[in-house]
Every structure is written in structure tokens, then in C-alpha cells.
Design a binder for this molecule. Structure first.
Ligand SMILES: Cc1ncc(C[n+]2csc(CCOP(=O)(O)OP(=O)(O)O)c2C)c(N)n1
Ligand SMILES: [Mg+2]
Length: 663
């Protein structure tokens, strides 16, 4: 290694040490708030590892992430500003210590969720592989993260796909207060590599050149297409778990003292003088320069403005994909599944960044056949069969989306989304926001949901409100083959994460006319499926068909129903609903999800807030009974709302004014 590289590593270690010592002081002063996790003691891991990377390579980090950022080239002033919650910070003060990142430097983010970075790093490595850009990356995580499911899912997947990633466990012996020996069935995490057919090595994490050497070897292997490696760096954090923590002692003073004697910075400094010919003065000069940098960083942060409410609101969503809906020849009859496949095929044709992944999506084209035939057309790199690893699938979607691809991940049956929740809710929905509103997260998670085909309680749920509740997500629910194709096209082109719900009854339901050419239905625009004067009926997905049946039956009884299909559940086209309610003065909402705490409750509240003076009757909701879905077919039909239930609700709100008593 050349003198300048050695000096640079020393400078980085000092920067990390002094930065976090400074942050601890600022925390005590109240200038850094919330929490922050000091990297002091572990400097050699970040400095040694990042010295083996180029700027194009990524790092993904964890809650104890300041060291990784600094080692990958982040500027101390913008980091300090972020920690003080200032608008000049890397994330405009919206992320803070646990989310600090800079995509321009390929720092993909610290993370508040233990283990999540392993997933995002796996996805970023897949992105490098698919883009063929020769870049690799390091996913840093703690010993605690090795006992999360995502560790196992991702190491397996990365090994099967030979992804260019180095998994670097910083084993500082404790996960918060829990010692490794009390939480882990083996004595070395590196032994787990054997289970995933990759090299595993344990290294002295307080010896920066030793760390550098093993990471360099793993990076070379990854760049060569030979796949991932697992490195365990044995180290120790000097301070408590976090700057906030005020915990009873769980480590002995002797143990802390023993590790302090192994101080990585002092050890390297000694070697620079004794082995590599550095003079004391040269090292003092570096020290003085780092001190000056720190003083300037603090002054920059203190002098910076705080973010505004507008910064906050602008950071949640990238602009939605909202082209005008084209008027096209009606096309031919396609099933719902065929319409989905056509949208996927046309978008994959049009945009090489689009790819599909999920369980059984390749060889058999998914169990609902929505991707059947795509692998023959686009190959197994772009149509990827995955292991049954929902966390890893969702993580690959997030990791590829934030690094320039447009993944479409299939969840085989929507109930399995429970296993993807962290990646969807904590990662995809918040990534842009936590990074100050700059990045886009163009991913689609799609799959069949809902009941009606006797799949019982764990394969039949309608879970849309879990996602409509979350700022940062877009939720789409097509009601016909036409909507399926046009909405999926928009979903793929949308720059925000999209939850795309495909009701199972639509898969087995009637075909519909679908234009042949590619078209997109704007995100956030409802459609009036049937115009009417007497009552507004808002219905979603499979309930739209039931709503139209109810409307035609009621027509015979002299009741004129306006049926609105929101199509996008979030962001909701509130104007279209309010416009209709102001015309009809009555509102019924029908959906298959549970009535209690459901989508209808939100629509009802919104209308009550914005248009209560126009209402002539109470708002009624028609939704599933408050039970899980039964297997018994007669009972299942009683749980799912029917056209009869809708007819009854509408009569209740319309006829109350037409009865003699009301006159
Ligand atoms: C999924 C999840 N579980 C628990 C926590 C709370 N938590 C934050 S850090 C931490 C300990 C993590 O230990 P380790 O991975 O070894 O990292 P270290 O703090 O030692 O650097 C815990 C329990 C969390 N943030 N995320
Ligand atoms: Mg730990």
C-alpha cells in the first residue's frame, strides 16, 4: 500500500474517532437530539473495508453508521448538519443519525431497523449484476443482525444468484445489552458462511490493514462474478449502546479496559511510525487538519437553517405518473391475468430497467399465470424465480429500485405480505423521505388478494388499508382487465413504491376489452363507471362488478345510482367523490375488506369533513363481516359483501326520504 493510502486510512480513522467524540459532546449539550450511536472503537472496520472500494461501489450501513459514511467519503460538515437536524444536512434534517446517506457517493443509508441493510445491500448487488456495471458493495451489520431472518434469506439468495456483495458483520460482542454467547448457537458468525456455500472468515476488527486485506479479497471475488463472502470483524464499542442510553452496566469494567488497550487508532498510528516510516510530525499534521475540519463542520451546522414544513411535505412523494388517459380503440377481450401480463411485457420491452421477480414467476409464470411466457421472451435474468424468501424478495425490490432499476415483485398470495412488511413500510415508503426528498423508489409489489375461491383464512384477506395508511406508498386496485393493464403500466412508470392489488375473483371472472397498444391510466384519478343522480356508490376492485349489478337492479326500482371506482386507493381522488356527493347527496361505500377500520371509514370521514352540508342521509358502508375468512363455502359467501348487501344499503339511504313518514 502506498504512503498516501496509508495516510488516508489514518485520516479517516481519526475523522471517525473525533467526529463521534464531538457528537457525544454535542448530544450532551442538546445540539444533537434523539439518539445517535457512536462508532468509537470500531474505526478500523469501516476504514479498512472502504479502502477496498471505489466510488461506484456501494456501502449500506446500520444504526451505528457514522463511520461507514465518513469512510466512504461523506463530508463532515453535511453529516454534522444532518445530526443537528439542519436543512444543509445530507437528508435535509429529515433523516438524522439513523438514516444518514448520500446516493451520489453510493452510501445507501444507515438504517433504524436491525438487519435491513443486509437486504438492501443484497438488492443493490442484484442491481449491479443486472446492470453489468462491474460495481460491488459492502453491507455492514452488527452481530445482532445475524440472528434476524433477513440475514439467512439474503445470504442464501445472494449465494444462489452469485451476487457481488460482501457481508461484513461487525461483531462488537453485544447487541444492545445481550452478549453474543447468550444469543447465538455458535461461537463465530463466519461459520455460518458454510451453510450458504460462500467463504467465511473472522478477522481482527481492530487491525485496519487486516480488515482491508480480507475485504479486498472478497471484493475481488465479487467483481470476478464468484459471488458473495461473509466476513466477521471482531471488535468492540467503547461507549454505551447509544448516546441516549443510560442503562445499567452489562459489561465489566475490566472487559471494557481490555478492549480499550486494543485501540485500533493508536495501534495503526504506532505501525505507521515503526513499520511504514511516518514521522511523528506528519501524523500530528493530519491530526491538526482533522481538528480544523471538525471545528468548521460544527460551525457550518450551527449556522445552518432548519427545514420547513414545506421541506417535510415535499419529501414524501415524488411527482405521480399522471398522463392524460388516452382514447383508444377498444381492442380485444382479455382475461384479467392476460391484461397484467401484457402490461408487463410491453413495459419490459419499452424499458430495460424493468424486471420481474417472485416465487414461481419464471418457469411456470406464477400460480395465477400473470407472468406466464415472460421468461421465454425476456430470459431468466429479467424474470427471476426466487426462493420462498419474502423478505429477500421485497429487499431486492427496494435495493434495485433505489439504484436505478424498476422491479416488479410478485407476492404469490397477498396474505404473505406480512413477511414483507418491514421492506415495504419501513424501507420503501420512507426511503425518499428519510433522505430528504431526493431519491425515487420505483418499485411495484403486486399479487392476488381477496376471497371467493375457498382458500380460507390465510389466503383470502383484503389488506389494502394496511398500505393506504402509510404516507409514501401508492395503492392501486384495478377492477377490470382494462384497468389492470393501464394501471400496471402506470405503476411501473411511477417513481414511488406501488402496492398493486389483484383481486382473485377478477382473475377467474369475465374477460374485458383491452386496447392492444400500451396505455397508462393516471395515478390518483377515479372513474365514474355509471352515472346517476340519487346516490353515490364508491366501490373498489371486485366490488365494482357487484356495485354495477346492484345499480342495474335498483334502476328497475327507480333508483339511479352513480358508481365511482377510485382505481387508486392512495392518493385518493377526493375531488371526484366530493363532486358526486354534492350532486347525489347520498353516499354508500362498498369494499371486500373488513368494514371495521376499513377503506370505507376513511372515505366516509373525508366526505363528512368536506361535504356534510350536502348530505341528506347517513353514510353507509358495506364491507366484510368482522371475522376471518371461513373455508366453508356458504359461510364464505356470507362474509364477503354481495350485490344484495349493496342493494339493501342503498335502499336504506335513498328510501328513507321517500317513505310517507319522512314527508
Ligand atoms: C428489528 C429491530 N429490532 C430491534 C431494534 C432495537 N435495536 C436497535 S440496535 C439494537 C442492537 C443491535 O445490535 P447489533 O446488531 O449487534 O449492532 P450494534 O448496536 O452492536 O452495533 C437493537 C436491539 C431495532 N432497531 N430493529
Ligand atoms: Mg453488536
Amino acid at each position: 500500500m502506498q504512503t498516501k493510502d496509508l495516510e488516508s486510512i489514518f485520516r479517516i480513522m481519526l475523522r471517525i474517532r473525533r467526529f463521534d467524540e464531538g457528537v457525544s459532546d454535542l448530544f450532551k449539550e442538546g445540539l444533537v437530539k434523539g439518539t445517535a450511536h457512536s462508532y468509537v472503537g470500531q474505526e478500523a472496520v469501516a476504514a479498512g473495508a472502504c479502502a477496498a472500494l471505489t466510488r461506484a461501489d456501494f456501502v449500506v450501513s446500520h444504526h451505528r453508521g457514522h463511520g461507514h459514511c465518513i469512510a466512504k467519503g461523506a463530508a463532515l460538515d453535511r453529516m454534522m448538519a444532518e445530526l443537528m437536524g439542519r436543512v444543509t444536512g445530507y437528508c435535509k434534517g429529515l433523516g438524522g443519525s439513523m438514516h444518514i446517506a448520500d446516493l451520489d457517493l453510493n452510501i445507501l443509508g444507515a438504517n433504524g431497523i436491525v438487519g435491513a441493510g443486509i437486504g438492501i445491500g443484497t438488492g443493490a448487488a442484484l442491481s449491479n449484476k443486472l446492470r453489468g456495471n462491474g460495481a460491488v458493495g459492502v453491507a455492514f451489520f452488527g452481530d445482532g443482525a445475524c440472528n434476524e431472518g433477513i440475514f439467512h434469506e439474503c445470504l442464501n439468495l445472494a449465494s444462489v444468484w452469485k451476487l457481488p456483495v460482501v457481508y461484513l458483520c461487525e461483531n462488537n460482542q453485544y447487541a444492545l445489552s445481550t452478549a453474543m454467547k447468550d444469543s447465538t448457537s455458535i461461537d463465530r458468525f463466519s461459520k455460518r458462511a458454510a451453510a450458504y456455500s460462500m467463504p467465511g472468515v473472522t478477522v481482527d476488527g481492530n487491525d485496519v490493514l487486516a480488515v482491508h486485506a480480507v475485504v479486498q479479497e472478497a471484493v475481488a471475488r465479487a467483481r470476478n462474478g464468484e459471488g458473495p463472502s461473509l466476513i466477521e470483524a471482531l471488535t468492540y464499542r467503547w461507549g454505551d449502546h447509544s448516546m441516549r442510553a443510560n442503562l445499567p452496566q452489562y459489561r465489566t469494567e475490566d472487559e471494557v479496559e481490555e478492549w480499550r488497550k486494543l485501540d485500533a487508532v493508536a495501534r495503526f498510528e504506532r505501525r505507521l511510525e515503526t513499520e511504514f516510516g511516518f514521522t511523528h510530525e506528519a501524523l500530528e499534521r493530519v491530526r491538526a487538519e482533522v481538528e480544523a475540519e471538525l471545528v468548521a463542520a460544527k460551525a457550518f451546522a450551527v449556522g445552518s437553517a432548519e427545514p420547513t414544513l414545506q421541506d417535510l411535505e415535499n419529501a414524501v412523494y415524488a411527482p405521480h405518473y399522471q398522463p392524460a388517459e388516452p382514447k383508444l380503440p377498444p381492442g380485444r377481450e382479455l382475461s384479467f391475468g392476460e391484461a397484467i401480463k401484457e402490461a408487463l411485457a410491453q413495459e419490459m420491452e419499452r424499458d430495460p430497467r424493468v424486471f420481474v421477480l417472485g416465487e414461481d414467476v419464471g418457469r411456470i409464470g406464477g400460480i395465477f399465470a400473470a407472468t406466464r411466457g415472460l421468461i421465454e421472451k425476456f430470459g431468466s435474468e429479467r424474470v427471476r424465480d426466487t426462493p420462498i424468501s419474502e423478505q429477500a424478495i421485497a429487499a431486492c425490490a427496494v435495493g434495485t429500485a433505489i439504484t436505478g432499476l424498476r422491479p416488479v415483485a410478485e407476492v404469490q398470495i397477498f396474505d404473505f405480505i406480512t413477511l414483507m412488511m418491514d421492506m415495504i413500510v419501513n424501507q420503501s415508503a420512507k426511503f425518499r423521505f428519510m433522505l430528504g426528498g431526493k431519491p425515487t423508489v420505483p418499485l411495484v409489489i403486486r399479487g392476488p388478494q381477496g376471497g371467493g375461491i375457498r382458500l380460507a383464512a390465510q389466503h383470502s384477506q383484503s389488506l389494502e388499508t394496511w398500505f393506504t395508511h402509510v404516507p409514501g406508498l401508492v395503492v392501486l386496485g384495478p377492477s377490470s382487465p382494462y384497468e389492470a393493464k393501464g394501471l400496471l403500466t402506470s405503476a411501473i412508470r411511477e417513481d414511488n413504491p406501488v402496492i398493486f392489488l389483484e383481486h382473485k375473483m377478477l382473475y377467474v371472472g369475465k374477460k374485458g376489452l383491452v386496447p392492444e397498444e400500451s396505455y397508462a391510466i393516471p395515478i390518483g384519478k377515479a372513474v365514474v363507471k355509471r352515472a346517476g343522480q340519487d346516490v353515490t356508490l364508491v366501490a373498489t376492485m371486485a366490488m365494482v362488478e357487484s356495485a354495477l349489478q346492484a345499480a342495474s337492479r335498483l334502476e328497475a326500482e327507480g333508483i339511479d345510482v352513480e358508481v365511482i371506482d377510485p382505481r387508486t386507493l392512495r392518493p385518493l381522488d377526493e375531488d371526484a367523490i366530493i363532486r358526486s356527493v354534492k350532486k347525489t347527496s347520498r353516499l354508500v361505500i362498498a369494499h371486500e375488506g373488513w368494514k371495521r377500520w376499513g377503506f370505507g371509514a376513511e372515505v366516509a370521514a373525508m366526505v363528512a369533513e368536506k361535504a356534510i352540508d350536502w348530505l341528506d342521509a347517513p353514510i353507509l358502508r358495506v364491507g366484510a363481516r368482522d371475522t376471518p375468512m371461513p373455508y366453508n363455502d356458504k359461510l364464505e359467501r356470507l362474509v364477503i359483501p354481495s350485490a344484495d348487501d349493496i342493494v339493501e344499503a342503498i335502499k336504506t339511504v335513498v328510501l328513507r326520504d321517500r317513505t310517507p313518514a319522512a314527508v
